[in-house]
Design a protein around this ligand. Structure first.
Ligand code: MN
Ligand code: MN
Length: 460
């Protein structure tokens, strides 16, 4: 038994060298040259290939009720897609709304994932209401291994917190040593702009952008960071999309606010003109915050390179174009929000980041894996390659050439937002805790083997 990965070029956030990796049961136990495998061990030849730590997507939605329907992926289909694309761990938004009890939500989401996922997983716990009962349950949920919160400044009435509750949530987070992730857009401004646009007959998907302009996001970021500063709390801005919002985050960081930021592969490669496509096709590209003007992309890339933006995620939330997106045919506010991308994040980031010279291999690994592991209490179990770490490895073939397409994807949705996009590299072999789970675009793992990763608070 055991797994030997031979002759690969190991690349972590800080190192690059050629060596063999020996994995026993679920763990990396030796790294060196000329390692030999005992009889019965599985040997993978990684000559000419990189070996990366398993990639981590810190922001996905899998079980996602939305406007009377559900996002299309199950934990089974999503974990297949993740693994084929090199993502071995994800952090799912655990999202009870304000009418539901936090603990009931925790049990529901955990039950949906456990026994149904092939990759490892954990959650950000949504705080949509704050009272004594909720507080007690949140403390218990943190004790059970979920050491990050999620708050929404948008979506008032469903998930959005009042300022009073936002203050109390961040105060509790500070006390427990928990980081709070946040969707930053001003809810009332969005509602006002949506109402105005629809009343003017501006109801097509191209108007979604106008209802949530960059200023609305920048205000949300500033708002969150003011509350974070007052509480001395650790916060993480999810899906940062534009220069205006980035400016607020950077300014706060330099005045001492403990803030980290995430952007998405969609914002780096797609822009607002996608949502303006005719025949309602723009609906495929509706997400919030919206895709932005192309001029933002170079800034986001550079900020990612320099670490002003910390992580790259997907906010994966797939809805079928033929049926679900059509719910908003007469009114863009009823289009389910989300652009599927869980499967394609790593390959697109490698191709358009590393191969195009926008960032180096180390920063690529850091932004797509290591940094999320460190921020969310998974490091060094995940996010790096060293003895003692979980044997989550991506043997990556930089010679592969292909295109992204709905026809070949594992994601359970009827379109691919990057249809036809060329990629230059993809995982040859992907392992989860010492077992091969994907090989050359095919899933070969075990559904249900994915483990709930319990995380300690106070790991900063
Ligand atoms: Mn969001
Ligand atoms: Mn999200």
């Amino acid at each position: 038994m055991g797994l030997l990965i031979r002759n690969g070029e190991i690349v972590t956030a800080s190192e690059r060298y050629r060596a063999d990796i020996w994995c026993e049961s679920e763990t990396i136990t030796r790294i060196g040259s000329g390692l030999s495998a005992p009889p019965g061990a599985e040997v993978i030849d990684a000559t000419g290939k990189y070996v990366f730590p398993g990639f981590i997507d810190p922001h996905v939605h899998i079980y996602l009720p939305c406007m009377g329907t559900f996002a299309k992926d199950t934990h089974e289909t999503a974990s297949k897609a993740a693994l084929v694309g090199g993502t071995t761990t994800w952090i799912e938004m655990l999202g009870p709304d304000r009418s539901e009890e936090p603990m009931a939500g925790f049990e529901l989401w955990l039950g949906k994932a456990q026994g149904h996922s092939a990759c490892d997983f954990t959650f950000h716990m949504t705080v949509s209401r704050y009272d004594d009962a909720a507080e007690k349950q949140l403390i218990e949920i943190v004790r059970r291994g979920v050491s990050s919160f999620k708050v929404y400044l948008a979506y008032k009435g469903a998930f959005g917190l009042t300022d009073e509750d936002l203050y109390k949530t961040l105060r509790l987070a500070r006390k427990l040593g928990v980081i709070t992730t946040a969707h930053c857009e001003n809810a009332d401004l969005i509602t006002a702009l949506q109402t105005k646009l629809v009343a003017e007959g501006k109801a097509g998907p191209e108007w979604h952008y106008e209802s949530r302009p960059p200023l609305v996001e920048a205000e949300g970021v500033h708002h969150l960071l003011t509350f974070a500063q007052v509480n001395d709390a650790h916060v993480y801005v999810v899906h940062l999309s534009c220069v205006e919002a980035l400016r607020e985050a950077v300014a706060a960081r330099y005045r001492g606010v403990k803030v980290w930021t995430e952007t998405l592969i969609q914002y780096l490669l797609l822009d607002k003109t996608c949502a303006e496509r005719p025949e309602f096709e723009g609906a495929k590209y509706i997400m919030s915050p919206p895709l932005r003007d192309r001029a933002n992309q170079e800034v986001l890339w550079n900020a990612l390179r320099d670490g002003l933006i910390d992580t790259l995620a997907t906010d994966h939330a797939p809805f079928d174009f033929a049926s679900q997106k059509r719910m908003g045919e007469k009114d863009f506010t009823k289009i389910p929000s989300g652009i599927p991308s869980l499967e394609d994040r790593v390959n697109a980031f490698y191709t358009y980041g590393v191969k195009r010279g926008r960032l180096d291999l180390h920063r690529f690994v850091e932004a797509a894996s290591t940094q999320a592991a460190k921020l969310f209490g998974l490091f060094p179990r995940k996010g790096t390659i060293q003895p003692g770490s979980d044997a989550d490895l991506v043997v990556y073939d930089p010679a592969y050439r292909g295109t992204l397409s709905m026809r070949t994807q594992m994601m359970n949705v009827d379109y691919n937002p990057f249809e036809g996009l060329a990629i230059e590299g993809r995982p040859h072999v992907v392992t989860v805790r010492g077992q091969v789970a994907a090989r050359d675009g095919k899933f070969v793992g075990k559904i249900g083997r994915g483990r709930f990763l319990e995380r300690e608070p106070n790991h900063f």
